[in-house]
Design a protein around this ligand. Structure first.
Ligand code: GUN
Ligand code: ZN
Length: 498
């Protein structure tokens, strides 16, 4: 593997990075959204994608170009960049998606890589086999072996400065995805798309999406650029980035527009059902839903069609969300953003919960210090920072007698030391009170999940210090939290004490 990717900032498993694309002589900032450009139907001209939307990279399909005579001749003649009118980086797909849809294509990896090089692609793709979710185990293994031969063929091909994708397949088998990731990272290919995700994404199966991504990432390791093939709905970008994806491609903006669908960060609305646009992009600022409905499906000669305008709005919200995600990574608030998005759609809540199942993996790349931790949902009690604090507690030593208290320490007492307790973190020594994450903003009315998490912190501290006599002053903690505590921890309900 050649080294074209540099990671600048981290938050959870998300990162801001730079992908060097030598053939285009550009460096693309990640997370990046690659609008899908259909070479036959330019819904929005690629030059506008660059100038008005800030797209640094796009993706088009070399198989479609190759099988459409008129387009092929022009693209071979002019080169892909001139044909599309785009100076940024261009990734090309190989026809694998058509293979998955129609069962057969008439091109080998060797031929399509050569074709992609000929037309001037900057990032090429071999003919991987996108095994759908829930396929039989044997089929998933057999097709993965075929994909791995395609990667070997791509390695053997003459590629010059062109980067090459190494898709990771394995259907919904986490062990196959992980093995596929490890194999792909061992090739000398450059970019690592997690493949065959479209059926999961289309049916909002975001928990399964997170599981597939995390499994692939365990095999790939943290240092390589990862593309989530076919993902580009603004609803799930923050989640996919937090799980460790760097590149996205969206056909959704154009496909959805064709059906009159309007994307938002909390789902998909139908133009027919909207009275107001909850957005201030240039389209939504200029038109009302009724205006757009009035435009109908004209040929665009007398101005833009409703489809075009919807596609533009869809792309605006998607790029807007991408910028929000990047800013969240920079300030260390990515999980707060995922949490907010998880309130917008139940499928996203499932995805967020699946992500938190891997808090230990996220913890490895999560920075030690960020903007203040906001506790705004009980899911946040499972964030990686909580576990990290608990691990730290297990390494702290305590004096012979210790009072842990949720309220202000008493002015006179007989303990050797007094530490504060803050759900969901649990106890902490005074020296840590001004450090992340204990500077957290938490609600005054705590919840059971935060109390249980805090109790686990007390357990960690008590187990590490079996000789210490510990008293816990808590603010009416629930039974579930109190039941976690070892018997030797004395408890006092501060509320009954008054
Ligand atoms: N586009 C969406 N999913 C896939 C995939 O699994 N492989 C390829 N090559 N392209 C895709
Ligand atoms: Zn808009």
């Amino acid at each position: 593997m050649r080294d074209h990717f540099e990671i600048r900032d981290h938050d959870a498993a998300g990162r801001i990075g730079r992908l060097e694309v030598p053939r285009a002589d550009v460096t693309v900032e990640t997370p990046a959204l690659l609008p899908v450009v259909n070479p036959n139907v330019l819904t929005i001209e690629p030059s506008r994608l660059e100038a008005e939307f800030g797209a640094e990279m796009l993706i088009t399909n070399s198989y479609i170009i190759r099988s459409t005579d008129r387009v092929r001749d022009r693209v071979v003649d002019e080169g892909l960049h001139d044909f599309l009118g785009f100076d940024g980086a261009i990734m090309t797909d190989s026809g694998s998606f058509q293979l998955a849809e129609y069962g057969d294509i008439d091109v080998t990896t060797e031929e399509i890589i050569e074709f992609q090089r000929t037309i001037g692609s900057d990032v090429a793709t071999p003919v991987d086999v996108p095994t759908p979710p829930d396929a039989g185990r044997e089929r998933a293994e057999r097709e993965l072996a075929t994909t791995q031969r395609a990667l070997a063929d791509a390695e053997a091909a003459e590629t010059g400065e062109m980067l090459v994708n190494a898709p990771v397949q394995g259907s919904t088998y986490a062990d196959l995805r992980e093995a596929a990731g490890q194999h792909a990272a061992g090739t000398d290919l450059d970019v690592f798309p997690v493949g065959a995700m479209v059926p999961l994404l289309n049916s909002y199966r975001y928990a399964d999406t997170v599981e597939a991504v995390r499994a692939a990432k365990r095999g790939l390791g943290p240092g390589v650029p990862v593309h989530l093939f076919g993902a580009g709905h603004p609803l799930m970008l923050s989640l996919a980035v937090a799980a460790g994806c760097d590149l996205f491609d969206s056909a959704a903006y154009a496909l959805m527009a064709r059906d009159g669908r309007y994307l938002t960060v909390s789902g998909t609305e139908h133009l027919e059902e909207l009275d107001y646009f909850p957005c201030s992009c240039p389209v939504c600022a200029e038109y009302t839903p009724a205006d757009l409905r009035g435009l109908g499906e004209g040929d665009g000669e007398d101005g833009p069609t409703a489809e075009r305008l919807l596609a533009e709005h869809n792309l605006h919200v998607t790029f807007e969300e991408l910028r929000r995600v990047k800013e969240a990574i920079r300030s260390g608030t990515l999980l707060e953003l995922v949490d907010r998005r998880a309130r917008g759609h139940p499928a996203m809540l499932d995805g967020y919960r699946a992500l938190l199942d891997h808090a230990d993996e996220l913890e490895r790349t999560d920075p030690g210090s960020k903007d203040a931790f906001f506790y705004t949902s009980h899911e946040a009690a499972r964030r990686p920072e909580i576990e990290r604090h608990r691990d730290r507690l297990a390494r702290l030593t305590t004096p012979d007698s210790l009072l842990l208290t949720e309220s202000k320490p008493p002015s006179s007492h007989h303990y050797d030391a007094v530490w504060r307790v803050k759900p969901p973190f649990g106890p902490y020594p005074p020296a840590l009170s001004e450090t992340y994450p204990l500077t957290a903003e938490v609600p005054e009315r705590t919840d059971d999940a935060a109390q249980v998490a805090a109790a686990e912190g007390v357990v960690a501290l008590a187990s590490a210090n079996p000789e210490t006599a510990i008293t816990l002053g808590h603010d009416a903690w629930c039974e579930r939290a109190l039941d976690r505590l070892p018997d030797r921890v004395e408890t006092e309900d501060l509320r009954t004490l008054g």
